[in-house]
Design a protein around this ligand. Structure first.
Ligand code: COA
Length: 158
């Protein structure tokens, strides 16, 4: 039977452990606890979790989108996507699409005029996903990641 996945924003301290476990397992770039706290404490309304319940009703975090929104160059509100991840066994079922959709909607509500993020130039899954939402390649960032890989800065004008 297809697992049922539901979506909600970050709620409690317990969510932080689940988020860190998922990101550590699935993303190449390591993040410190300070980075997680910066986002989830500053913008809990912009941190979305995809959760699956087991037979006993216990929640498991299977996907996450971590964003922020703030004033850019004292001119306009700008959204930023810091992390997006979906557990490997549940990929290609539209979970990331739903998370990004929720994030964009909320950033629009917060008055953002644009959203930016970085993605590895080799990350075809992420590049395809974001291009479907209308993100364009704004610039190429040389050796942006610890692995030495370049990144594209992607931008969506709202
Ligand atoms: C990128 C990632 C979040 C996509 O999650 P997902 O839930 O599998 O994505 P979805 O099922 O919502 O796919 C949405 C679109 O993304 C693109 N896509 C997703 N996986 C893809 C793949 N393996 N190859 C090519 N395109 C892919 C497709 O355009 C897809 O649309 P379609 O289903 O109409 O073809 C997931 O692969 C992941 O967690 N990767 C590791 C972490 C990561 O790279 N995060 C992004 C950092 S910028």
């Amino acid at each position: 039977m297809e697992p049922t996945v539901t979506y909600r924003t970050f709620e409690a301290e317990g969510d932080l452990d689940a988020l860190m476990d998922l990101v550590d397992k699935e993303l190449s770039e390591p993040y410190s606890i300070f980075t997680y706290r910066y986002f989830v404490c500053g913008w809990p309304q912009l941190c979305f979790l995809a959760v699956e319940r087991d037979d006993g009703g216990k929640e498991h975090c299977v996907g996450a989108l971590v964003c922020k929104a703030d004033l850019h160059k004292q001119q306009h509100m700008r959204g930023y996507v810091a992390m997006l991840v979906v557990e490997r066994r549940l990929r290609k079922r539209g979970i990331a699409k739903e998370l990004v959709n929720l994030g964009i909607q909320r950033m629009v509500e917060e008055g953002c005029r644009e959203i930016v993020l970085e993605a590895e130039v080799t990350n075809q899954a992420a590049l395809n996903l974001y291009s479907k939402f209308g993100f364009i390649r704004d610039k190429r960032l040389h050796r942006y990641y610890l692995t030495g890989t370049d990144a594209y800065r992607l931008k969506l004008s709202l």
